[in-house]
Design a protein around this ligand. Structure first.
Ligand SMILES: Cc1cc2nc3c(=O)[nH]c(=O)nc-3n(C[C@H](O)[C@H](O)[C@H](O)COP(=O)(O)OP(=O)(O)OC[C@H]3O[C@@H](n4cnc5c(N)ncnc54)[C@H](O)[C@@H]3O)c2cc1C
Length: 507
């Protein structure tokens, strides 16, 4: 999940949001992306190759083991920015003016203490509107305004033609491709939750299949069809409804029809050359999500060249290094390719605090260390194992410029042994994404044999009304990541000034 919807509910994309009983700890969800500036003491493993044989513990050690900064590979000075950014000239110059202006408007509103609170209140009202006047799918004027502004900033399109046009525009700018998600979410009201509690949740009923599993399966299959070969599709297992939720929570295998539906999605994705990213969600569901991810990875990631199935690993969790190490050991032993989507994690505000590293710096250290180990295919104090490193493909899903630059430095130095992709949300951290695009284009201009840096933008598709809750979460995330939003605003403003100066011959 990109960020967590708020208010005592579980978001079931493609389906509905399940309100849970008051005792359930997954009920209080909050957007949790925080914008602490990345510490210069950030640890990093890649350049730490001399330590690679140190402190090898059993990869089978308890996943609940606490990793602290002291466990993570050694402190190194941060890479000087000029080493990685020197060749970059005006990265945002790759964006069309319309995108610059839209991003500037969005970040100005999101970083303004005066404009943001009323804007957020309006977004909340629109996202939860029952009144047709406030429903963008029923009010053409409202739809027109939203479609041209916030929707265009973050979303892919309402139908196949629009989605294809957006994908093609992004590719023309220089992005490698997209991560496509399906926005439709169905909200489970509290009466549904009571029914859920009474129902025999162990059994797959006709209602589960017709009302929950099939709509999720069909929406996801449609999304896989809309994506182009080489693109990714992001999906959440909880989108398959209350039965899936129950099974994940209790670490049960998917029931028959649900299992067959996931198989159908995986088969279509593999046939089309589309890769599937299974989102990470709340802690109480994550072991179940990992079980399902590995089940399908074993089946579909049988080629060393590519991975169809990617699990998501949340570096803010203390058990993340152990989970990554265990999954790599499984891949090594059983001969399949591990697909790793590495995020910091979006449930800081709702999951139990003891799950997480004690500080943001520890999370950063964990993130960078896992990224470098997998990228360089080297065991480390964080990612522990023995013997040959298994085939692994990694997606670095982050807006953190330091993590991105550090990974890029490994690629630039020819140290990347695993397949890598960088991913940011559409409409966010464009300065980070465009720095990668620009660097890649510059390197290829200088040397036609230079390997391009694969950069992807994540977007959702669906009608304007269906995307409202996603848009609300983006607004909330921008509010929480104040410093990053301001950086984005300043970068867009700087680019606008640069273009004006170049028009009058001052640049
Ligand atoms: C393409 C994409 C896909 C994503 N998919 C998922 C997903 O499937 N599941 C999911 O959970 N998230 C997902 N996310 C969100 C992600 O987990 C982060 O919440 C978000 O990207 C912000 O983190 P960052 O790496 O960009 O950098 P930053 O802004 O530098 O880091 C912010 C993050 O640091 C961590 N953090 C902040 N303060 C502390 C603290 N005091 N102690 C410990 N840690 C702290 C939190 O994770 C916080 O979100 C995705 C993000 C992207 C870009």
């Amino acid at each position: 999940m990109i960020s967590v919807p708020g208010r005592r509910a579980i978001r079931l994309p493609g389906r509905r949001t399940a309100s849970l009983s008051s005792t359930s700890s997954i009920s209080l969800l909050r957007t949790s992306s925080l914008a602490s500036p990345t510490s210069s003491s950030c640890l990093f493993a890649m350049a730490n190759t001399t330590r690679k044989h140190h402190s090898r513990r059993s990869i089978h050690s308890s996943e609940r083991r606490t990793s602290t900064v002291a466990d993570l590979p050694g402190t190194l000075p941060p890479i000087p920015p000029q080493d990685v950014a020197a060749s970059n000239r005006a990265p945002l110059s790759v964006l069309p003016l319309s995108m610059i202006l839209r991003s500037l408007a969005t970040t100005v509103v999101s970083s303004s203490p005066i404009l943001l609170p009323p804007s957020l209140r309006i977004m909340v009202a629109l996202a939860h509107a029952k009144n047709p006047v406030l429903n963008p799918d029923m009010n053409p004027l409202l739809r027109f305004f939203l479609k041209k502004s916030f929707y265009a900033q973050f979303c892919a399109g309402e139908n196949a033609a629009e989605v294809r046009a957006t994908i093609s525009r992004l590719k023309d700018i220089g992005f490698t491709g997209v991560i496509l998600g399906y926005a439709k979410e169905v909200v489970l009201e509290s009466s549904d939750a009571k029914d859920m509690a009474k129902a025999n949740l162990g059994e797959e009923t006709a209602r589960d299949i017709e009302k929950e599993i099939n709509p999720w399966r069909d929406g996801t299959l449609e999304t896989v069809r809309l994506a182009e070969p080489g693109d990714f599709v992001a999906l959440k297992f909880t989108g398959a409804g209350s039965l899936a939720l129950h099974q994940l929570k209790n670490r049960l295998l998917p029931s028959q029809h649900l299992g067959e539906s996931i198989d159908a999605i995986c088969e279509l994705a593999r046939d089309r050359g589309v890769r599937l990213l299974f989102d990470a969600e709340q802690d109480m569901l994550q072991d179940g999500i990992d079980d399902w991810t590995m089940k399908f990875a074993r089946k579909y990631n049988d080629s060393p060249e590519t991975a169809t199935i990617y699990g998501t690993y949340q570096a803010y969790k203390k058990n993340c290094p152990a989970v990554v190490s265990r999954h790599l050991a499984d891949a090594q032993r059983e001969g399949f390719t591990l697909g790793v989507k590495l995020v910091r994690g979006a449930y800081l505000g709702s999951d139990p605090r003891e799950c997480f590293h004690d500080t943001k710096e520890d999370t950063d250290a964990c993130y960078n260390s896992i990224a470098s180990s997998i990228l360089a295919r080297q065991w480390s104090a964080t990612v522990q194992g023995e013997g040959e490193f298994p085939n692994a493909h990694i997606v670095l899903a982050t807006h953190n410029v330091e993590s991105v630059r550090r990974a890029r430095a490994i690629c630039d130095a020819g140290g990347a042994k695993s397949d890598i992709a960088f991913a940011q949300l559409q409409g966010m951290a464009d300065e980070v994404s465009c720095e990668l695009v620009e660097a890649s284009q510059s390197a290829q201009k200088e040397n036609a044999n230079a390997r391009p840096l694969p950069v992807y933008k994540y977007l959702v598709w669906g009608t304007t009304g269906e995307c409202m809750k996603y848009l609300l979460r983006r607004a909330q995330e921008n509010k929480d990541a104040v410093q990053r939003t301001r950086n984005g605003r300043d970068a867009m403003w700087g680019e606008l000034v640069r273009r004006c100066k170049s028009v009058v011959g001052m640049a």
